[in-house]
Ligand binder design. Structure first.
Ligand code: TPP
Ligand code: MG
Length: 577
């Protein structure tokens, strides 16, 4: 069969169930765009910046389980998109990155957008494909999809040279898509050892990451069987229901909220599922991980890297947990709730709430009152996209997540600018669900023009911008050691102007009095299919447990001489102003 590579690529994407591509056309992919435009299944969506396109595609993958796809120009589009591609790589999020490519039939150098894209993409993707013939197009895209979705999912890059897109060539018989086989289960003996170890523990605990996000029922069953408290990673917040009596909080240890700190204080065996024990998840490696560690992950390479595991269980989270539950049940009956930490967790959570409610927000918006009202009004399955900053940890400590994949955010790559475009991807792929963002003013400025895409697509998204005028997460880290905060105070941005420029509605949330009415008005406006910018006069004067704890963990780790140097510099600056 003679076809162009543009036709073949669209055919392959259709077979894979792709519904949208995100990007900006250029001379080396207009043919691809023309075929996308012809497709009845796929809608190519124009963005304002390819960096946003990658965050949008990431969100599509995270909330829908399908694979977000980029259609971008080589080199310039790809370097713009790189931040979102890297975020997806470190977050284990599948993505297809398709660029045009320079001509392979001219024998000329210094073509437009000519760089070695594959060298550039190598550390940011799981694999790269440079298609050289028409017959390779469909198999390459199928293989890219299999790689993107199997093991730890991640982005895969495909370059389609413009000459192949333009001119038809012999593609041969088109193959049918065959998915990758499911991963193997761990050995029965290892499952048995894990069960014995967990049952022998007095205070077993569960620590769950994004890798366990599709294993809710299995996690709930094991947690209840063992009466074990459950802490999540930052990315894995939606891997366990926060309204379950065994949910303790984000992470555990000195940087966690009191419920999680106390529930894990005497933890003598940990079942960790779908987490790599990365820096953010562990509060800069301050979490007291017990020696008796059962580590479940789809990637055997991550098991035991930061903390040695007594039992390594490689495999899919839900499947491994099903087998493990079977082993546990074979050894006896579930522990009664009365012996577990439920009552302590309930009391600690309530006291934490009261402490926050007692905090004087000085005429601004109290974060706890704000998040409680959001939770009260939003349906359980509403999707929150969050960015990176102080607002991230406030959300993690104060906003209860009630559905799997219902809260997404940048974590290990930790790229600001995620939340605004991610909400576009979330709402496009889940139009029946409410979508809102919690975004810092600094992060908002990075990608706020993408609201235009939301307006153009008729996407009702409530953007709650925490407007404190600072890069607060960094300013807080500067204040104590340096007694000054260079480059962390933002220029005063007119958010109403941004809303007007992008076609969004605008609301100001001034203080605690109007929280309920403003959130409800934002939801009403969003329901009309229009984005809304809510300018939140947030109070940041109370530190998060995370920031306070991580500062201590890192400080304690310094050698004495360095600690003294830092303290004396801070004191000197305090005295001398
Ligand atoms: C692309 C990028 N640049 C810089 C940083 C460093 N950084 C992390 S949090 C933060 C502050 C974010 O400020 P804002 O969005 O206003 O949120 P706030 O902390 O005020 O809630 C900065 C600068 C980053 N993570 N990503
Ligand atoms: Mg800020």
């Amino acid at each position: 069969m003679k076809k162009t590579a543009a036709w073949l690529a669209v055919h392959a994407l259709e077979q894979l169930g792709v519904k949208y591509t995100f990007g900006i056309p250029g001379v080396q992919n207009t043919e691809f765009y023309d075929e996308l435009n012809k497709s009845e299944q796929i809608a190519p969506v124009l963005v304002t910046h390819e960096g946003s396109a990658a965050f949008i595609a990431d969100a599509v993958s995270r909330v829908s389980g399908t694979v977000g796809t980029l259609a971008i120009v080589p080199a310039a589009g790809l370097t713009h998109a790189a931040s979102g591609i890297a975020e997806a790589l470190l977050a284990g999020v599948p993505m297809l990155v398709i660029t045009g490519g320079i001509r392979t039939d001219l024998g000329k150098r210094y073509q437009l957008h000519e760089i070695d894209q594959h060298a550039f993409m190598k550390p940011l993707t799981k694999a790269t494909f440079h298609v050289k013939t028409h017959a390779e197009v469909v198999p390459a895209i199928y293989e890219a999809y299999r790689i993107a979705t199997s093991g730890v999912p991640g982005p895969v890059f495909i370059e389609l040279p413009v000459n192949l897109q333009l001119m038809p060539g012999e593609a041969g018989e088109l193959p049918a898509f065959a998915p990758a086989p499911p991963p193997a289960l761990p050995a029965q003996a290892d499952l048995a050892r894990a069960a014995d170890l967990l049952l022998a523990a007095k205070r077993p605990g569960l620590f769950v990451g994004w890798g366990a996000v599709d294993a809710w029922p299995q996690l709930v069953e094991i947690a209840e069987f063992l009466q074990a408290p459950v802490a999540t990673t930052l990315q894995g917040q939606s891997a366990f229901p926060h309204n379950h009596p065994l949910h303790a909080g984000f992470s555990f240890g000195p940087h966690a909220v009191p419920a999680a700190r106390n529930a894990f204080a005497e933890c003598d065996a940990l079942l960790a599922v779908g987490t790599r024990f990365a820096e953010l998840a562990t509060g800069s490696f301050g979490a007291p991980v017990p020696e008796n560690l059962v580590h479940v992950d789809i990637d055997p390479e991550v098991i035991g890297v930061n903390y040695p595991a007594k039992v390594a269980l490689a495999g899919d989270a839900a499947a491994v947990l099903r087998e493990l539950t079977f082993e546990l049940r074979a050894r006896g009956t579930a522990r009664p709730a009365a012996v577990g930490p439920q009552e302590q967790i309930r009391r600690d959570k309530q006291a934490w709430r009261e402490e926050w409610y007692g905090h004087d927000a000085k005429g601004r918006v109290n974060p706890a009152r704000f998040f409680d009202e959001v939770r009260k009004q939003m349906p359980d399955d509403a999707i929150a996209t969050v960015d990176d900053g102080n607002h991230t940890f406030l959300t993690a400590e104060l906003f209860p997540v009630h559905a799997p994949r219902a809260l997404i955010l940048p974590t290990d790559f930790n790229c600001m600018g995620y939340a605004v475009p991610a909400a576009v991807g979330a709402k496009l792929s889940q139009p029946q669900r409410e979508v809102f963002s919690i975004v810092g003013d600094g992060a908002f400025m990075m990608t706020c023009m993408e609201i235009l895409t939301a307006t153009k697509e008729g996407l009702g998204i409530a953007y709650f911008v925490f407007h404190d005028g600072e890069l607060s997460q960094i300013a807080q880290a500067q204040e104590i050691p340096y007694n000054r905060k260079p480059c962390a105070v933002l220029g005063s941005v007119n958010l109403e102007g941004v809303a007007t420029a992008t076609g969004a509605a605008y609301l100001r949330l001034e203080n605690d009095e109007t929280i309920a009415a403003t959130i409800s008005e934002a939801r009403r406006l969003a329901a009309t299919g229009r984005p809304v910018v809510v300018d939140v006069n947030i109070d940041y004067s109370k530190r998060t447990a995370f920031t306070a704890g991580v500062v201590k963990t890192n400080f304690k780790r310094f050698p004495l001489a360095q600690r003294l140097r830092m303290v004396s510099r801070a004191l000197l600056r305090k005295v001398t102003g």
